[in-house]
Unconditional design. Structure first.
Lengths: 135, 132
């Protein structure tokens, strides 16, 4: 616990590595294979956003605990251009890069907690957590 | 990781073997569309059984492959989407609208056999010709 995995994101292979590490961590936390896939997909979307908009950044994965609930936390940090219109960026189907527009809103749908902080010209930080369902 | 593309009769079969980067997926799209023309094939099967995640980029690329192949005269069918992958896709709001998907390779071949027969029919003139 408390250990975190810091993964640099600077190329498309890093996106694959980040989602595979995320899946492995989710498995350690006891998530079902379906939920592992959901977490991996969310990491994939958010890591690709770093590449597309900021060129490089970092994904930090860790196990978190809240009472008797265990979860996986994913933090994505970049020092890219930031997001000027967060409301639109969170709209499904909206993209400024000819993408699908599923990145941020898609990741939000997949995870339980989702927080986006962005300052134009300084960068973006996405913090998201998936909690394990009580058995 | 390059995806091997096999030719079987009138069809091309691309079997994804491992996780793919965005560049790998784009390369697969280019390679398949080029080969559809070169080999004059009528159908394309993309086997995604080995994919453990399909995110928005993967889904868009598969949809592009299917639409581009159709413009080049070939039908595409995606086979082998795993249950967990389907679950995450639905949660993400991703669909493969307009793209045929079936359970496995065997069903994929059967689907293409049916589709290519229908297409041959469609291109025949509506009025009965002298040849009957």
């Amino acid at each position: 616990m408390g250990d975190e995995l810091r993964l640099p994101i600077a190329a498309d292979v890093d996106v694959v590595e980040a989602r595979q590490q995320g899946r492995a961590l989710a498995a350690v936390a006891g998530f079902s294979s379906g939920e592992q896939t959901v977490i991996a997909a969310a990491i994939s979307e958010i890591a690709r956003n770093i590449l597309m908009y900021a060129k490089k950044g970092e994904i930090i994965l860790s196990l978190v605990q809240n009472g008797d609930r265990q979860g996986v936390s994913v933090v994505a940090i970049d020092q890219g251009p930031g997001i000027t219109d967060i409301e639109r960026a969170m709209q499904y189907g909206y993209s400024t890069s000819h993408g699908v527009g599923a990145g941020l809103p898609g990741a939000k749908r997949l995870m339980d907690d989702f927080d986006l902080q962005s300052t134009p010209g300084q960068g973006t930080t996405v913090t998201m957590t998936k909690w394990r369902r009580a058995i | 990781m390059e995806v091997p593309i096999l030719r079987q009769g009138q069809y091309l079969i691309a079997s994804i073997q491992s996780a793919l980067t965005d560049a790998d997926l784009s390369h697969l799209r280019e390679a398949l569309i080029a080969q559809v023309g070169r080999s004059r094939c009528r159908g394309v099967i993309v086997d995604v059984t080995a994919l453990d995640v399909m995110d928005s980029f993967a889904v868009r690329t598969l949809r592009d492959i299917a639409h581009m192949a159709r413009l080049r005269g070939a039908e595409t069918v995606i086979v082998g989407i795993q249950p967990d992958v389907a679950f995450a896709m639905v949660q993400l709001g991703l669909t493969l609208k307009g793209v045929a998907t079936v359970l496995d390779l065997e069903e994929g071949l059967a689907f293409l056999n049916r589709r290519t027969e229908e297409r041959t029919f469609e291109t025949k003139p509506k009025k009965p010709s002298g040849r009957g």
